[in-house]
Design a protein around this ligand. Sequence first.
Ligand SMILES: Nc1ncnc2c1ncn2[C@@H]1O[C@H](COP(=O)(O)OP(=O)(O)OP(=O)(O)O)[C@@H](O)[C@H]1O
Ligand SMILES: [Mg+2]
Length: 419
Amino acid sequence: MRLVSANFLALLFMCAIGSVFYVWSALESRLERHKRGFTIPGGALPADLSSKTFRALLAVPVAPQKAHLGGRNVTDHTLGSGHYHMNGYNKRRSARKGGPVKLGGSPLEDGIFWSERLEELLPVGFTEDEAREWREKAREYRVVKLETGCGRISNQLATFEDGSKACVRYGINADQVQGETLTYYLASLLGITNLPPLVLSQLSSDSEQWQAVRTRMEGLQWSERAVVSLTQWVSNLTGVVTPAPLRQENSGLHPSLKQLWNQSAAELLELMQWSDLIILDYLTANFDRLVSNLFSLQWDSRIMERDTNNLLRTPRGDLVFIDNEAGLVHGYRVLDMWEKYHKTVLSSVCVFRRRTAQRVAELHRRRDARTRLMELYRDSEPLSFHLGFLSDEHAALLQDRIDTLHRHILHCKAKYSQL
Ligand SMILES: Nc1ncnc2c1ncn2[C@@H]1O[C@H](COP(=O)(O)OP(=O)(O)OP(=O)(O)O)[C@@H](O)[C@H]1O
Ligand SMILES: [Mg+2]
């Protein structure tokens, strides 16, 4: 009898614990739902309190965070998993690893340009040769596996027959694939090498490249003949928080910033890459990085303390600009909503890489951004005809933005060259 009542009591106790756990889990998940379903005051956009508040504009379901980490944890990378440019590698390494190394001397020259010495230390993210080699391979190699690991479900981590990997972006429409691809080539025109190499591929379950994953493609409901982009997958990437000078509460990245003289070489090299990032995002009207953070500041005052969307860092400290699908096409279409934030971000920067500024000046002087971008895209990408190019209206917008950017650089020069 005593044994029975002891068992009964134990059972009762377990039930009580179970109920508490059940109620707590339900509460937790309700809170979580509330967080994801947050609505912007005065607006109809559903938003996420993490860093993806503007996501609704893209109208793409976001995969759970866990899936993102999948890609980063794999360390047995082989070909195509981030073989960066090797020239001057050790020189840069000594500046970037082993504690804060001071630059010695001024980080700037001629008022608004990063110094030659810093330029020498700056990594060339993905070299032209490396990118060409990867692109040739990515067009031919068979895909043997598709799995999560590149963000939302419409992006898949592909493994090629040699074990190397790529992120396949299906895109909810051709605009996104076009934006991603043309941004890659625009960066290339500007000499910005932080974007992983990219190729287009046309899905076909009969083709040699896709045959092995046809069942998975069916499961994902990927349409036959759709054109997708493949970008080189890079191992061991980590998140990047916006550096202090570029945060809203500070005055921006400009030559009279005292802080520049106290920064380590590694910090300066990162700021240099940010100056290119801001130029690229302004030209392409890509709101899906710093600009979206600025927008989200309205209701999330600590957003700048979190990782910036679509920006990652290699262990060596090179920034990798991923997911550029909001650029050029979609970004231009929704420009009315984002332009004031784009302007704010651009006006916060008055220090540039000399070469980037020179290329902007050249595109401004010749007024040939459309032709140069189209020629590079057409000559480098066999599927360019399938995907198409910018409309005349969007090509004109690109040229306008180049002109505005050039004027901004001249304005900075006039303001700071006396320093
Ligand atoms: N080229 C790449 N190399 C390595 N990892 C990558 C690459 N591209 C994407 N990833 C991984 O996938 C994650 C999401 O990538 P991406 O931004 O392209 O997809 P997404 O669906 O837009 O996701 P998110 O909503 O987080 O922006 C990245 O944070 C990174 O972990
Ligand atoms: Mg993204």
